[in-house]
Design a protein around this ligand. Structure first.
Ligand SMILES: Nc1ncnc2c1ncn2[C@@H]1O[C@H](COP(=O)(O)OP(=O)(O)OP(=O)(O)O)[C@@H](O)[C@H]1O
Length: 269
């Protein structure tokens, strides 16, 4: 099931004697849409992503996913990192099924995990150990492990950055196909402008010190988006220009609110 992500008036300090790491963040991602976040190193992209995942509580402001205020992690809000972090002592299918086991799913979890491995093209590796897989295959396992939980939200912190171009393109396609199929809302942090254009229906360009959303650019191109297709180079130029402006002229932060008002509940139980 898909869910809108809504961030309101978010400000965060790791150290109160320093400027805020994140300031005045207002942004919404409609259910089933994708947002790519780009910006200079240290502008707070990962911190913001971890906050959406419920792993860091913002000093000020709120995040809602659907009607739930984010106050901690939940299995249906799934985050993937640059390194797959698989359990080396478990084989591939058991790694994929682990979240289901924690969620109390019985014997059916193995079948579900096998189905998901099939979906990401790794059925033949089900009994392998993670160390026997390539980096790209390990990220596919991590993807299967995320998707097997039927997430409403998938958060990607540069999970493809260490992979070669072909593997990365395959995985980008895989993720986009699955999120479209399942209506998952996606937020992806990346250093790569091309990846942002491929993955993001919307692209947020951040400025740093303090970290703010400098520009929100709607991606007019329909998928699958590929470098070289009409409009791609223009989009890259637009983002580069926004990058330059974010560096030179930090500005009033962008506010973006959802078109449909959401019935918000103060907390989830
Ligand atoms: N746990 C923490 N305690 C103190 N400061 C932190 C902590 N985590 C991040 N920071 C600081 O917050 C700022 C933003 O870090 P963050 O990792 O979110 O940036 P980023 O945009 O993802 O960077 P990069 O692109 O290099 O990964 C940095 O100055 C970082 O040093």
């Amino acid at each position: 099931m898909s869910a809108t992500i809504r961030i309101d008036n978010l400000n965060h300090w790791f150290n109160r004697s320093e400027p805020p790491v994140l300031q005045d963040i207002f942004v919404a991602v409609q259910a089933g849409q994708s947002l790519a976040l780009v910006g200079e190193s240290g502008c707070g992209k990962s911190t913001l992503l971890n906050m959406i995942a419920g792993m860091i509580r913002p000093t000020v402001g709120t995040i809602h996913i659907g009607q739930n205020r984010v106050l901690g992690p939940r299995p249906e809000w799934n985050i993937m990192f640059q390194h797959a972090a698989l359990y080396p002592w478990l084989n591939v299918v058991d790694n994929v099924a682990l979240g289901l086991e924690f969620a109390g799913v019985g014997k059916a979890r193995r079948t579900t995990a096998m189905d998901m491995l099939d979906r990401v093209g790794l059925l033949d590796k089900a009994r392998s150990r993670p160390r026997d897989l390539s980096g790209g295959q390990q990220q596919r396992v991590a993807l299967a492990r995320s998707l097997v939980m039927s997430p409403s939200v998938l958060l990607l912190d540069e999970p493809f950055s260490a992979l070669d171009t072909f593997t990365r393109t395959d995985l980008q396609d895989e993720v986009l196909g699955i999120v479209a199929e399942q209506g998952i809302s996606l937020v992806q942090v990346t250093h790569d402008l091309d990846e942002a254009i491929i993955m993001g229906d919307r692209i947020g360009v951040m400025e740093r010190s303090p970290g703010r959303i400098h520009a929100l650019v709607d991606n007019q191109m329909n998928g699958p988006r590929r470098p070289g297709m009409r409009g791609f180079a223009e989009m890259r130029d637009e983002l580069l220009a926004a990058f330059g402006r974010a560096r030179r002229n930090p500005s009033t932060p962008v506010r973006s609110t959802p078109t449909d008002p959401i019935e918000l509940e103060p907390e989830y139980s």
